[in-house]
Design a protein around this ligand. Structure first.
Ligand code: NAD
Length: 258
């Protein structure tokens, strides 16, 4: 599989942390040139970027684009030149009951977790269609398929991204492009660590109790590993996955089978 991705260029949004960083490194390991994106400490990001270049011997650039801003997304894609693989991964979370959910948090989650993918997809499609080739992978969530209390904006955005994926797939079917969403269960990243901490403070119990509450959703009682998601991305980018499009693929320890 390695050689088929060699020399391709992949943009991974939200790749300064967690799942996105793992996907970026794994694609770099397969020989892809990478555009990193996301927030964080400039020095640390530069260190990560140059380490990746040295380790994987590929070109790694960084775009500071805020993916909620269409102009910044457009510039990131213009600067990248040819984009063979787009991974829409940037995301945020906030938890509160519907009637207490702050309106600004709703708007921020919809913008970061859903509109961002629309902006990026509409920008890369013309060049992918012209070349009759491309791979678009949207990191959705188990929450793209089922609900949990307190997550009205996140669940709405993730269901939205599963829908967006299907439309893109049916519009690009004859263009050698595939578009799929991956629906992970809980993955131990800064996004989930924050949720565990916040919930422990709110509910007055321990972080271990809150961790167990999340893992109760997983019949296998394990967090999903970032490496498992990155491997699935590599597979979806390979020629072997040419006929997989419009799919939402669960990687959730059995959560959504229940
Ligand atoms: P994370 O907090 O570790 O990383 C999020 C990344 O998104 C960071 O790089 C951050 O800088 C970036 N980001 C946030 N807002 C941005 C913006 N406006 N513009 C550009 N970049 C921005 O989170 P993670 O757990 O790695 O989550 C990555 C994706 O996976 C998200 O879409 C999340 O919803 C999804 N997901 C996570 C889990 C989980 O359990 N961690 C489960 C299912 C799906």
């Amino acid at each position: 599989m390695a050689s088929s991705l060699k020399g391709k260029t992949a943009i991974v949004t939200g790749s300064t942390s967690g799942i996105g960083m793992e996907i970026a490194k794994t694609l770099a390991g397969e020989g892809c040139n990478i555009v990193l994106n996301g927030f964080g400490d400039a020095k640390q990001i530069e260190q990560e970027r140059s380490n990746m270049e040295k380790q994987y011997k590929v070109k790694v650039t960084y775009s500071a684009a805020d993916v909620t801003n269409n102009d910044e997304v457009k510039k990131m894609i213009d600067d990248a030149g040819q984009v063979d693989i787009l991974v829409n991964n940037a995301g945020i979370q906030f938890v509160a009951p519907v009637e207490e959910f702050p309106v600004d948090k709703w708007a921020a989650i919809l913008a970061t977790n859903l509109s961002s993918a629309f902006y990026a997809v509409r920008e890369v499609l013309p060049q992918m269609k012209k070349r009759k080739s491309g791979r678009i992978i949207n990191i959705a969530s188990a929450h793209g398929l089922v609900a949990s209390p307190g997550k009205v904006a996140y669940v709405a955005a993730k269901h939205g991204i599963v829908g967006l994926t299907k439309v893109v797939a049916v519009e690009t079917g004859t263009f050698g492009i595939t578009c799929n969403s991956i629906c992970p269960g809980y993955v131990k990243t800064p996004l989930v660590d924050k949720q565990i901490k916040d919930n422990a403070a709110k509910n007055g119990d321990s972080e271990q109790d809150e961790k167990n509450k999340l893992l109760d959703k997983h019949p296998n009682k394990e967090f999903v590993k970032t490496e498992e998601i990155a491997s699935l991305v590599v597979y979806l980018c390979s020629d072997a996955a040419q006929s997989i499009t419009g799919a939402h693929i669960s990687i959730d320890g059995g959560w959504t089978a229940e």
